[in-house]
Structure formats: C-alpha cells, structure tokens
Write a new protein. Sequence first.
Length: 296
Amino acid sequence: MLGDSDVHVPVVLLAHTDEWVSRSLEAVLAPGGYRVFRAGSVAELLKLVRRTPPDALIVDFSLRGVSGATLSQRLRGLPEVGVDVPIILTSASPIGRAERLAAFSAGAWEVCTHPVDCELLLQQLRQLLGARQVASTLRGDSLIDESTGFYSMRGLARRARELDALARRCSQLFACVALALEPEPHGISDDISSHIVARAGQHLAAVWRENGRSCDIIGRLNASEFAIIAASTDVNGARRIVDRLRTRIEEFPLRMAGDSYTVRVRAHYASVAESAGAPVDAMALLLQATQALHAH
C-alpha cells in the first residue's frame, strides 16, 4: 500500500505583481490539494521554476511590465516547463483579442480576467493536469524524442537489445559514444544555457540527418547529453564520427539577445574490444562511456 510520501502533490507556481491577488489564489488552491509557491517578479519566477519544477503556472498577464506572450514564450523554452506544463494568464484589466491570440500563440493554455471564478479555476486545473498526465504517459511510452527525432531512452534500450542479438549471432563489432553539449562562455545564466542547449540539440539533429550513417543508432539521454551506438565500428571509427559532428556543431554560432555563443562537444567512448571478452552488451558499454563522460 502506498504511503503519503508516494503520492505526488501537484505544484502550482503563482507569479503576480499584486501580492494580494497571489494570496487570494493561494487561499483557494491550497485547500484544493495543491502545493503553492509565490513569486513577485520575472526573476523570482524563473528562479522558482528551476528550484521547484511546476505542474502548472498561474501568471500575471503583465508581470512587472513583461507581456503575457513574452513571458509564456520564455517559460516554454525552459526544460522544467517545456510544452506540456499548463500556463494560465490572469489580468486585472480587460484583454483585447489580439493580445489573447498572441498569448495563446506563445504557449498560454488559458487567459482569464479578475475577479477569477475560483470554482471554475479549480475545475480547469484538474482538466489541464489530467490531460498533461495522459500526454506524459504517452511520451514515456514513446520510442522517439519529440524535439530531435532521436531515440528516447526507451527506444535506445530497445534498439540496443536488437544490436546485442545481432552482434552475438554475427560477431559484429560496435562502439558506444556518450557526448555532451556544453555552452560557452562558461558562467552564463541557467536560463540562457537552457535555451542554447535546446537550440544546439536541434542543430545536432539537423547535422545528424545530413551526415549520420543509417546503420548507427543515436538517442537522447537528457537535455544536453546524447548517445551513439556505432555499428561495425571500433573506437577510432566512433571518434571520427564524433569529430565530424563536432566540427559542424562548434563552428555554428548561436545568437541570443544580441550576444553570440558557441557549443562545445565533449565525448567519451567504449567498444566491444575493450570489454576483454565479456559478453556483448550495448547498454553496459554505453553506461561505461556515460560514466567516463561524467567523471571528467
């Protein structure tokens, strides 16, 4: 039987210029079964999102002068929010049709004005979080990472098992690579770093479509780390594959807010030849390469 610690309590982040509005919404949400955290500015909200990843956000349509559309777009770019965390915008003044359309286009799921119908808000949250849970379950079962088109961890594991079986039957050589995308210069904010890594991952996907071999398997481990299982290849061959990717990635500058950034590619390798006669296991070799990546 599950204990209380096994039950996830949905986290809602409130961000409003008017503290009275935040406290009023918290008074409604907390008894409804939500953990509520409040922020009074964009900077506070972004820090709160990174520290406490939300299940939903209720945000002032004009938080300290930042438009709902602009803030929604910025939030959607954060890995803690992504595309599936509900963003509800509220406003103390009427909102025109053009502003509403801009907000929805930027990723808001709902726009409402004060006074907020609290019973309706609770019903909307239950509906939105239910839809998010269904989407999350489907994504967890997916073999493909949505943003890059690479294999997900589930898909990578399945393809690795297939390769293991082939390698045992045919004594096929293969190598595993774990690689990380690291923005430069170092010391940039987490917010900018997340945006750059996301764009670099999409660029990596485009480069792979142009240059990757159809026999190789590539998957996404997390926001900034990827894995390659290179068929009929030793470590030197895998290194050449990464060198080609590195050249295309590192020579491609990324511009944001008038500044230019580069992304370095760091990689570590493991191969069947290094397994000293142990049974071939692609996921074990990949784990070996990943551990080496994290150790340096």
